[in-house]
Design a protein around this ligand. Structure first.
Ligand code: HEM
Length: 493
């Protein structure tokens, strides 16, 4: 009884008193407040619905665009947008092994991504990176990608938008772009078509056709894995996993569905590649990434499964996030849309797409303001000092006083040529040795879709008025989707 009373006194009287004492004695850590013991936790909780915007405001206000996160009296991490720090972490000190992805991120992602390129460190990462980067630089992969996008745009995306224009019904553009990207990246990763955007009776756009459960299982696994990062008590998901309840039970089921599909594709692809029909096998070797990995080395089914799942993940939500925000910005900036229209050439064709520098600049500018992968983390193995003390960078110093404005021209030289920026000032595709391997493929896909859509349709955002809310998941999404009404374009250029 006495023990129970003691517990009640502690919970009802003592804890709130201590909490009040701590809350009334915060220390200022730059723009963040640091309370004894609980650090900046109250501010994080207060801003949890707008973490992306809040952190951007804090970073802009911090003298070197760097924040120090404390909890239980200890430094828990550093958040930085300082180009010198990024170069230090992602390049200069990545090569000596001091900044791997680290155990926290890899353990959260491991059930879903296994030891694939996105989630691997050390030798395992190096090996996959070597093979993947040599494949990504081949002309044959580029052709395979351009043809796949072209088929899907003409057979699926354009008819879907024409139907929407005819019926006058609003469509969720973000949803359409996400399923489009998913169909497309599955084709590139393992030449199988989930046909998420296909209409009944439509032929598969090349390769095989996946059963419907695959896409839903992949979407669930991605969303639940991303949620693991958002628990207030970081290890809570491990308890749920152990008990096999709630979201962790659903994750286990989705991963098992994914694995069944992936393994059956891998088995049949291995058989085809080893088949006596050498010509057919030779042709396969120059197609999707899975076939290229099978042909290259003797890899286990588990390793190949991880590769496929990792490539689908990195390719699925990134391009759709970039295009969703891009089309929202365009809906507010008809001057930019008119310039794109005047300068657009054919919407397919590798060389024609390369020449569309204004469109390239406009897509890049949208990603500067709304990066599809808005945050990224590295783990510091040995004590280190970041170089941010030596210079004072404000976002304005990086991009100029108009840093918050959408201005594609900032990316163009006097002759209209595209001027690339240092990846540490514009880290949308990451920088250093782990930078994005699919950057060129992503631009090809985004530019060809944007050019095709802008040339044929006008998209009116339903509701309009003001920037949509941001939703942070594995990518930066629009909360609640982006509803648009579609009109076929009638005015000549
Ligand atoms: C707008 C589109 C895209 C953006 C903004 C983007 C951005 C990024 C970023 C920020 C990373 C680093 C992630 C990290 O290490 O935590 C990354 C890695 C990667 N991306 Fe992309 N990505 C895009 C599209 C693609 C596509 C379409 C593919 C290919 C299917 C792809 C393939 C990869 C790969 C393989 C990695 C891992 C590289 C490594 O760890 O060595 N990306 N990407």
């Amino acid at each position: 009884m006495e023990l129970l009373l003691l517990v009640i006194v502690i919970v009802i009287v003592l804890l709130p008193t201590l909490l009040l004492f701590y809350l009334s004695n915060p220390k200022s850590e730059g723009p963040l407040m640091a309370y004894p013991l609980i650090g900046s936790l109250p501010q994080f909780i207060n801003h949890r619905h707008r973490l992306q915007e809040w952190q951007t405001e804090l970073l802009a206000a911090a003298p070197t665009n760097t924040l120090h996160i404390r909890l239980l009296g200890m430094q828990q991490g550093i958040v930085t947008a300082n180009p010198a720090d990024l170069e230090h972490v992602l390049e200069s000190n990545f090569q000596n092994g001091n900044y791997p992805k680290g155990p926290y991120v890899t353990s959260v992602m491991e059930d879903f991504l296994g030891q694939g390129i996105f989630n691997a460190d050390g030798e395992l990462w190096k090996r996959q990176r070597r093979t993947a980067s040599s494949e990504f630089s081949t002309r044959s992969l580029r052709i395979f990608i351009v043809e796949s996008v072209q088929r899907k745009v003409t057979r699926r995306l354009l008819p879907l938008l024409r139907r929407a224009a005819a019926s006058g019904a609003a469509v969720d553009l973000q949803d359409v772009l996400e399923w489009f990207a998913f169909d497309n990246v599955c084709q590139v990763a393992f030449n199988e078509d989930p046909a998420c955007l296909a209409t009944e009776g439509e032929d598969s756009a090349g390769g095989g056709r996946l059963p419907p459960g695959f896409a839903a299982a992949f979407r669930d696994a991605t969303a639940i894995t991303a949620c693991r990062f958002r628990y207030a008590v970081p290890w809570m998901w491990k308890v749920k996993k152990l008990l096999n309840v709630g979201s962790e039970k659903r994750l286990r089921e989705s991963i098992s569905t994914l694995n069944d599909f992936a393994r059956s594709v891998i088995r049949s692809r291995k058989e085809k590649l080893r088949s006596p029909a050498a010509a057919a096998a030779e042709e396969l070797r120059h197609q999707d990434l899975l076939s290229r990995f099978i042909a290259g080395e003797d890899n286990s089914d588990e390793f190949l499964r991880d590769i496929v799942v990792n490539f689908i993940l990195v390719g699925q939500e990134t391009t759709s996030s970039a295009l969703t925000w891009f089309f929202w910005v365009l809906s507010e900036r008809s001057d930019v849309e008119r310039k794109i229209l005047r300068r657009s050439k054919e919407c397919f064709g590798f060389d024609k797409l390369r020449e569309m520098t204004y469109l390239h600049a406009a897509v890049t500018e949208a990603m500067r303001l709304y990066p599809p992968v808005p945050w990224n983390s590295s783990y510091c193995l040995a004590d280190d000092v970041l170089p941010d003390g030596t210079k004072v960078w404000f976002m304005a110093a990086v991009w100029g006083e108009d840093f918050g404005e959408f201005r594609p021209e900032r990316w163009l030289g006097p002759g209209g040529e595209f001027r690339a920026e240092s990846p540490f000032r514009f880290p949308a595709f990451h920088g250093g040795a782990r930078s994005c391997l699919g950057k060129e493929m992503a631009y090809l896909q985004m530019k060809s879709m944007a050019a095709c859509l802008i040339e044929r349709f006008t998209l009116d955002v339903v509701g309009g008025g003001g920037r949509p809310e941001m939703l942070l998941s594995t990518s930066l999404r629009v909360k609640g989707g982006l509803l648009v009404r579609v009109r076929e374009r009638t005015t000549p250029r």
